[in-house]
Design a binder for this molecule. Structure first.
Ligand code: GLA
Length: 580
């Protein structure tokens, strides 16, 4: 029976000392057709292990409804890694952070009465246990102790950065063991006292996460764990972007230098990320510090393999370092994937959102506004509709609180945007008689880190007209998971919210990037697949990655849901990304 074990400062596998050189690839951020390609390139770079989180919210979209297919087929991902000759480290959460929606927690948890996250709270624990009852038996045959590639599993994720509930942490650990997980267990935390105190468990290997200063970080770890292997479970060799910020990059030489210093110290390393991939659909997370900072659609992360899976300068710099310490086959040259500029595509047909509500939603009548979680909705948009009476000049429409961004329409006319944190709202003139008031709210991705973890989306409390709460609403949930029901007609309006559709022909399949110059903010669908959000006004990302497996030979369909306006209903498919 093979097993990864700890002997003094070494990891031992199959009786021999082994240094773990690992990298993160999240199966849920890469189309399955490309898993093998990315894993082969990882192996060719000299790595011996791939690490992945498990995104609970992918696998349990509704309470008790499980999904393990397509991009959710974690077992296939792990098997493929094994076939390629890589070990696998699994980090099954339940919380994963990862710039992923709600740190991987399912949005519907918010609607569970009495729930408290990431602690020994019965409603939370019951849900975690029910998920582990399904997940862990799937992983069990893939453990190295059963002849599979999984060598180790993590308990929670940087728990010391959040809480101090050892009973909870211990319950997770025991829950893994009870369900047959008999591989090496570990925790990972930031290299600080509070974190290492709160996030660790006796008898469970402690690892640390950092991007620089490996000597100081491992010294801190030594204070809590003597004579055990040094392992950096997340070496942040790049970084992610928020909308409205600059694009982050980290020089290859700098990352390679920190990596080599770790190797010199005899440490094992997991690159976070080795290949970042994409936050397809509405699955990006967000950070919060008094203001919401949603993460962009690309999760390129400036990592050794870029978003399209191509080897970067960093890949080769890292490979050069590894080759000094381990034997690797350098004859393998990872080829970039085929790219194609399919050119301009005219979006000749349209369906206005307000004209399409009955096709893609059915309204819920409610005295008060309700957040989407209370209506069984996880992601996307939600529209609140009511009537107001005028004439009233200079009235104040305010939202308490909007999560995250509202567009306000009076009689179908756009009045302005109210963003999260805005207390004043908008000043409007309400015309004589009854007028329809529409408030379209975008959930821009749930916070995945810190004390604000666990928020409702949509209108969380209420909408006020001056000092009065407004009641009697029709609420339309708009997860946009059924846009095939839209009825399009030939049209060329330039203002949204509107779905715009166009077709383009593919003779040869290749990766491509959609550029939306002149468009403002919205979502793109390719052949019905939600590619993710664009937001040109904010940047830095200006293109969205379309992997070839989302295309087919012949006619392909693009639908762009634009919230504001576009210069012309035309997009362009180009052969290079523009990440800022
Ligand atoms: C932490 C988390 C990861 C990720 C990184 C930043 O270390 O554990 O999930 O969020 O930060 O990318």
């Amino acid at each position: 029976m093979s097993k990864l074990e700890v002997l003094g400062k070494d990891f031992i596998y199959d009786g021999k000392p082994e240094r773990i050189i690992s990298g993160a690839i999240h199966y849920f951020r890469v189309v399955p057709e490309y898993w093998k390609d990315r894993l082969l390139k990882m192996k060719a770079c000299g790595f011996n292990t791939v690490e992945t989180y498990v995104a609970w919210n992918i696998h349990e979209p509704k309470p008790g409804e499980f999904y393990f297919e397509g991009m959710g087929d974690i077992c296939k991902f792990i098997q493929t890694a094994g076939e390629v000759g890589l070990h696998v480290i699994v980090r099954p959460g339940p919380y994963i952070c990862a710039e992923w929606e709600f740190g991987g927690l399912p949005a519907w948890l918010m609607a569970e009465p009495g729930i408290k996250l990431r602690c020994y709270n019965k409603p939370f624990i019951d849900r975690v246990d029910a998920f582990y009852d399904v997940l862990l038996p799937k992983l069990k045959p893939l453990l190295c102790t059963n002849g599979g590639p999984i060598i180790a599993m993590q308990v929670e994720n940087e728990y010391g950065s959040y809480g101090n509930d050892k009973k909870y942490l211990n319950h997770l650990k025991e829950g893994m063991i009870k369900r047959g997980i008999d591989v090496l267990l570990f925790t990972s935390d930031g290299p600080g006292d509070l974190m290492l105190e709160g996030g660790t468990l006796p008898g469970v290997l402690k690892t640390v996460n950092f991007g620089s200063e490996p000597e100081e970080s491992f010294e801190k770890l030594s204070e809590y764990q003597k004579d055990k292997p040094f392992m950096c479970m997340e070496f942040w060799n790049g970084w992610f972007d928020h909308w409205g910020e600059k694009h982050h990059t980290r020089p290859a030489g700098d990352a390679a230098d920190v990596f080599e210093r770790m190797l010199k110290m005899g440490a094992s390393v997991n690159f976070y990320m080795f290949h970042g991939g994409t936050n397809f659909g509405f699955m990006n997370g967000a950070n919060y510090d008094g203001k919401l900072y949603p993460t962009v659609t690309s999760y390129d992360y400036d990592s050794p393999l870029n978003e399209a899976g191509d080897a970067t300068e960093k890949y080769f710099a890292i490979r050069d370092i590894i080759s000094k310490y381990e034997k690797i086959d350098e004859s393998y040259i990872p080829e970039p994937s085929k790219k194609k500029a399919y050119g301009r595509v005219e979006l000749t047909e349209q369906a206005g959102l307000f004209d399409s509500l009955d096709e893609i939603s059915s309204p819920v009548k409610s005295a008060h506004t309700q957040p989407m979680e209370m209506l069984g909705q996880n992601y996307g948009f939600i529209l609140y509709r009511t009537h107001v009476t005028g004439p009233k000049k200079g009235s104040q429409i305010s939202i308490i609180d909007v999560h995250d961004r509202a567009q306000v329409f009076l009689g179908g006319k756009f009045m302005g945007v109210i963003e999260r944190g805005n207390k004043e709202g908008l000043t409007v003139d309400i015309p004589d008689g009854e007028t329809v008031l529409d408030i379209l709210v975008e959930n821009m991705g749930r916070i995945n880190y810190g004390s604000e973890l666990g928020e409702f989306k949509g209108v969380t409390e209420g909408v006020r007209l001056d000092y009065q709460f407004i009641f009697d609403w029709d609420i339309y949930t708009l997860p946009l998971d059924n846009i095939e029901k839209l009825k399009f007609t030939k049209a060329k309006a330039k203002t949204g919210p509107v779905f715009c559709k166009g077709m383009f022909n593919v003779d040869e399949l290749a990766d491509t990037f959609i550029e939306l110059e002149g468009w403002n903010k919205g979502v793109v669908f390719i052949n019905g697949f939600n590619l993710g959000r664009y937001w040109n006004e904010a940047g830095p990302q200006k293109t969205l990655y379309i992997p070839a497996p989302l295309l087919h030979k012949g006619e392909n369909e693009i639908i762009v849901f634009e919230l504001h306006e576009m210069e012309k209903p035309v997009v362009e498919l180009i052969d290079k990304p523009m990440l800022g």
